[in-house]
Structures are given as structure tokens and as C-alpha cells.
Design a protein around this ligand. Structure first.
Ligand code: CP
Length: 317
């Protein structure tokens, strides 16, 4: 297994099965800090910088919370408009990250351009953590999701994963990459104009990821152990910021999960994950069902990111 020390976390495409379980093992070791709400001092000599060029609630704050939980220091920006990258100068990633690497020991970046974290990593000698790049990848979210499934179901193998939503979405790319390392089948449901891109399908085939496409959630939800959702009423992830202007569309029932659908068609043991934020694809009445796990998923984001920070900074081997 490759060492995590000093490593950039850009994609899950090259992660081995052992590497997933090593991260989850460290997460279990550190989990008590979040559970007991007691900060430790494992990273007291280290500093995290968060460089967020796109809005975020969960990813930035849970990464920062993870660093605080381990006694580390945090600085950064959550709106690039307040930096020289977002004003008249449009400062490049190269110039920005050549400096930022001097200001911290690890940098977490979210960007509206696919590949921006990899570009930043070229100019930074400290580890870069991809916290979402355009439509590209969202590795820390999917590590959180897999960790949640492992805690809830005791295994990542032998499960059928129903993926619902916009398949151009970065979480969908990262989870499909990850499933190649497990004995898992994915059923993919999306509107036709949001389906898996041919080039990405070729990538999945090359990685021996088992997946098939279906037209409608009600047709296949009864097969699912894990229901993994994203909106189909979506923002454009290539933009630095998308404001809501007027009315938004409604999610067709083919891509929606409701409490009634769960009661009548889903396995009683199935669980629902959603990286959030949601629109109307996941109705509020699902929150009261035995199936919802998205709040614990969001909470686990702190735990998983503690593990990643400890590993890339060498506080855990
Ligand atoms: N899950 C997720 O990426 O949420 P945020 O956009 O709030 O970070």
C-alpha cells in the first residue's frame, strides 16, 4: 500500500481496496473526538488552508472542523471574489498556489474548473485535497459516504447501489470509480440528458465496474441496498456561483424518492444517502423514515476528514 504521507487526494480512481480500509481504520481511531466533542492535539503543529472558489456548506466546514478537532490551525477563503483570483487581476492557480504552499501544511481546494486541484498540486509542495472540481470528482465526499455505509451495513461488498440523479455530477464519478474496488453492482437512473458520458463509461469498463442503466427509480428501487442520490434540478457546476433566478423545475417521479415509495417498494433494510443540498428529489417525509442516513453521513464528514488530514500530514501511518 502506498503511503498517504504528503500525498495529494485528487481522485479515487487510483485508490486500492487496502487504502480505503486504512482510511476507515484511522477514522474509527479518531472518531471519539467528534462523538465526545473533545478536541485533541494530534495536529497541533499543523495548519490547514481552505481555498474555496465555489460555495460550500458541508465540505469546507467539516474539513475545518476536522482540523480544529485535531488541535490544528485553519485559515482560508470561502469566496474567491475577496482574493486577487476573483478581482481585476484574475490571478492564476500557478501564482496563487506557489504562495499558498508557504502559508499552510495542507490545502483543501474546491474549484469550478475540472482539473483545478491537479493543476494546483503542480505548484504546491504541500498536499492538496480536492473538495470538488467542477463536474469532475469529489473524493472526500465519497470516502465519507463509503465510511457511512461501512458503519451502517458492516460491509461494502455484496451490496446493490442505486445511483439516482445527474450522472455528470462529481460525486457520481467518484463513487463509480470507488465501486470498482468492491463486490458491488450499481444501477444508474438519470434523465437522458444527464446520463453517463460515453468516455466515462469506457473508463468504468476499463476498471471493471459493474453497472447497468435503468429508466426509473420505482422500477428498480426494490433491488437496492444503498440508495445514493443527487438532484436532477441542478446548478451549473462549471460556474463559480449560481444564484437562483425565479422558478425552478420540479423533479419527475422517475428520479424522486418519497416515503410512500420507500414504504411500498424498497427493501426494509435499504438506506438512503444524499450528499446534500437537496431539491425535491428527496421529499421531506423521507426524513422521518427508518431509511434516511444523510444526516449521519454529513456528520461523518468530520470524522473521515480527520482521518485524511492525519494521514497526509503523517500523524497516522
Ligand atoms: N456535499 C457537499 O459537497 O456539500 P457542500 O456543497 O455544502 O460542501
Amino acid at each position: 500500500m502506498r503511503s498517504f504521507l504528503g500525498r495529494d487526494i485528487l481522485t479515487l480512481k487510483d485508490f486500492s481496496r487496502e487504502e480505503y480500509f486504512r482510511i476507515f481504520e484511522v477514522a474509527n481511531d479518531l472518531r471519539h473526538h467528534a462523538r465526545d466533542r473533545r478536541n485533541g492535539d494530534l495536529l497541533k503543529d499543523k495548519t490547514l488552508l481552505t481555498a474555496f472558489y465555489q460555495p460550500s456548506t458541508r465540505t469546507r466546514l467539516s474539513t475545518e472542523a476536522a482540523m480544529h478537532r485535531l488541535g490544528g490551525h485553519v485559515l482560508g477563503f470561502s469566496d474567491a471574489k475577496m482574493t486577487r483570483a476573483g478581482d481585476f487581476y484574475q490571478e492564476s492557480l500557478k501564482d496563487t498556489f506557489r504562495m499558498l504552499e508557504s502559508y499552510a501544511d495542507v490545502i483543501a481546494i474546491r474549484h469550478f474548473t475540472e482539473g483545478a486541484p491537479a493543476e494546483a498540486a503542480k505548484w504546491s509542495s504541500v498536499p492538496i485535497i480536492n473538495c470538488g472540481d467542477g463536474w469532475g470528482q469529489h473524493p472526500t465526499q465519497v470516502l465519507t459516504d463509503l465510511y457511512t455505509i461501512l458503519l451502517e451495513r458492516g460491509t461494502l461488498d455484496g451490496l446493490t447501489y442505486l445511483l439516482v440523479g445527474d450522472m455528470r455530477m462529481r460525486t457520481m464519478h467518484s463513487i463509480l470509480h470507488a465501486l470498482g474496488q468492491f463486490d458491488a453492482e450499481a444501477i444508474v437512473v438519470s434523465p437522458p440528458d444527464m446520463s453517463l458520458e460515453p468516455a466515462f463509461k469506457a473508463e468504468l469498463d476499463a476498471m471493471s465496474v459493474a453497472y447497468r442503466e435503468a429508466e426509473s427509480v420505482p422500477d428498480v428501487i426494490g433491488e437496492a441496498d444503498i440508495i445514493y442520490m443527487e438532484p436532477v434540478v441542478q446548478a451549473d457546476y462549471t460556474q463559480s456561483r449560481v444564484e437562483r433566478g425565479g422558478e425552478v423545475g420540479l423533479t419527475p417521479p422517475a428520479y424522486q424518492v418519497t416515503a410512500e415509495l420507500m414504504r411500498t417498494k424498497a427493501k426494509r433494510s435499504s438506506i438512503i444517502l444524499h450528499s446534500l443540498p437537496r431539491m425535491d428529489e428527496l421529499t421531506l417525509d423521507v426524513d422521518e423514515t427508518r431509511h434516511q442516513r444523510y444526516w449521519v453521513e454529513a456528520a461523518n464528514g468530520v470524522v473521515l476528514r480527520m482521518a485524511l488530514l492525519a494521514l497526509v500530514l503523517g500523524a497516522a501511518e
